[in-house]
Design a protein around this ligand. Structure first.
Ligand code: KIV
Length: 275
């Protein structure tokens, strides 16, 4: 069954948990899509896990469109959400609509995601009015890393907690169909979740959010540059891959690969004519 923004809303009203994982390429998208996970996020975390940057600041619209196109080709059932990269929407409402439109028209996104609370309400409203669904993202917003001064839990003081609740209400009011809560204390995320009609999708925001999202390389053990407390390793795929690479290296050097079963034959008579 194709997941849409309406599916998210229905799942929240039925009290069913929503799942989301990142993917950045065709093969991974097919695996995630076939697993029953509700949504695939082409996150700007691709800057870290695919391109090797220290943060998401350098990610461009072209990067996002390139990866989104590949993921879209491998996605049939999941709702495809694509991140708007740094400075593709903060600069003006006009830029926000044009760039969200590019992610949908060229990248084949089903929805876009952008970071920020009340201050992004005009952008969320305009993009939504252009018939492009918007998922908001508040709490720890990695594009603001230089303002935060590090990847820190957000909303811990009373003022910050109240601001987070206000931001959540503002993005809902502006038309967002869902909101990602990143690195927020679990009890605060629970209050936000109860006070909204739209679903909350948590990452480091405890179990009471309406859904959960993780970066797939983190959860399968393929990325070790940085390991936030909220990441659970569901598999150790990185170790399995390295073992396969080692075995390949050893077999080629020992002359045991390729063997007969991986080799094409030709008539000996034809070969004899070549000498
Ligand atoms: O870019 C990303 O992968 C994200 C998730 C961490 C929510 O925004």
């Amino acid at each position: 069954m194709k997941n849409t923004v309406a599916t998210f809303q229905e799942m929240k009203s039925r009290g069913e948990k929503i799942t989301m994982l990142t993917a950045y390429d065709y093969s991974t998208a097919k695996l995630v899509d076939g697993s029953g996970v509700n949504s695939i996020l082409v996150g700007d975390s691709l800057g870290n896990v695919m391109l090797g940057y220290e943060d998401t600041i350098s990610v461009t619209m072209e990067d996002m469109i390139h990866h989104s196109k590949a993921v879209a080709r491998g996605t049939k059932e999941a709702l495809l959400i694509v991140d708007m990269p740094f400075l593709s929407y903060q600069t003006s409402v006009y830029d926000a609509v044009v760039n969200a439109g590019r992610l949908m028209k060229e990248g084949r996104a089903g929805a876009v995601k952008l970071e920020g609370g009340a201050e992004m309400a005009p952008q969320i409203k305009a993009i939504t009015q252009a018939s492009i669904p918007v998922c908001a993202h508040i709490g720890l917003t990695p594009q603001s890393i230089n303002v935060f001064g590090g990847y820190k839990v957000q909303g811990k003081s009373e003022v910050a907690a109240r601001k987070l609740i206000e931001d959540a209400k503002a993005v809902q009011e502006a038309g967002a169909f869902a909101v990602v809560l990143e690195a927020v204390p679990a009890k605060l995320a629970a209050i936000v979740t109860r006070s909204l009609d739209i679903p909350t999708i948590g990452i480091g925001a405890g179990p009471d959010c309406d859904g959960q999202v993780l970066v797939y390389q983190d959860m399968v053990g393929m990325y070790s540059d940085f390991a936030p407390k909220f990441v659970k390793r569901f598999a150790s795929v990185g170790e399995i891959i390295v073992e396969a690479f080692r075995t390949f290296d050893a077999e080629v050097k020992a002359g045991t690969f390729p063997s007969q079963e991986h080799t094409f034959d030709i008539d000996d008579e034809i070969i004899s004519k070549l000498y």
